[in-house]
Design a protein around this ligand. Structure first.
Ligand code: HH2
Length: 278
């Protein structure tokens, strides 16, 4: 497996777990205030995530929560591009969370370091845009669409099926000319998965890592954490950190989180003390 994830202008060394900080530029996150205020707040938050230790800042302009409705192209572009440009100018490694090839293309022109596609580069033209670029690529597994994905998902061997899908997507990218060292894979916790499926995927991350691509895991504040702790979304930091540590222990190289500072500290302690004996 590559010791480095090639993200164009950035080389992400995978000698220790890396943290992708989440920056949502969605209507619900920044509904109050005008567009300038929303942009300024988004950029400020992105810079704060980077100074808290995020190796990548993942900018998303379309919510993919279960039941979420798609956002029109122009709206997504107007939310995402100014933020990508401003953060890239400050030297932040920006990842763009989008399913739309046109958003990918313009975000790449604006200086992003990675494209993170929850749809696994399945949209028409997505693989071609990825192949024409030099940025890092995260291909995620999702069953169905955000509007429908949580209606009674079924799998036989969830780890095998998700792994098969991710390998097929990675090979589709490589067949189009993408170097293997630019590709990361993500099982997509909560995307068309019931609790038991998420739990099996977390336990089986080593099988996904064995496919030979760095594994990204996004469990932060998700419903699964709420189901275990009984806590609302705003009160899931400790639960999310426990899940991030388990993900890393089981084979993930990059964790996608809201609470960067806390997760970075937890990973430092885990990294320094694991394996030590009395
Ligand atoms: N989860 C969400 C969005 N993007 N990307 C990757 N690679 N892995 C994930 O698990 C993942 C993702 C969830 O999105 P949403 O529900 O919109 O909320 P948030 O972005 O705050 O996590």
């Amino acid at each position: 497996m590559a010791a480095v994830l090639d993200c164009g202008a950035f080389a992400l060394a995978l000698d220790r777990p890396r943290v992708m900080g989440i920056l949502n530029v969605t209507a619900d996150s920044f509904s109050d205030g005008g567009r300038f205020l929303a942009e300024a707040r988004a950029v400020g938050h992105g810079l704060a995530l980077a100074s808290d230790g995020a190796d990548l800042v993942d900018v998303g302009g379309e919510s993919t929560r279960p039941g979420a409705e798609p956002v029109p192209l122009e709206v997504e572009l107007s939310r995402v591009l100014p933020v990508v440009r401003a953060l890239a100018r400050e030297g932040v490694a920006v990842s763009v969370d989008t399913m739309k090839p046109e958003v990918m293309r313009q975000a790449i022109d604006a200086g992003c370091a990675m494209v993170n596609d929850v749809n696994g580069f399945r949209a028409d033209g997505a693989v071609a845009v990825a192949a024409a670029s030099r940025v890092g690529l995260c291909a995620m597994h999702m069953r169905g669409t955000p509007a429908t994905m949580q209606s009674d998902p079924h799998y036989g061997d969830v780890v095998g099926e998700v792994g098969g899908f991710l390998l097929e997507r990675a090979r589709a990218l490589e067949a189009a000319g993408v170097a293997r060292g630019r590709i990361a894979i993500d099982p997509g916790f909560g995307f068309g998965k019931a609790f038991a499926h998420n739990a099996a995927l977390l336990a089986g991350l080593d099988r996904l890592a064995a496919l030979g691509y760095p594994v990204v895991a996004g469990l932060s504040r998700k419903r699964m954490i709420g189901e275990i702790t009984g806590r609302p979304v705003g009160d899931r930091v400790a639960g999310s950190i426990a899940a991030a540590l388990l993900a890393v222990q089981n084979g993930a190289q990059i964790v996608r989180v809201h609470d960067v500072k806390e997760t970075v500290d937890a990973l430092k302690v885990w990294g320094a003390l694991r394996g030590t004996r009395q």
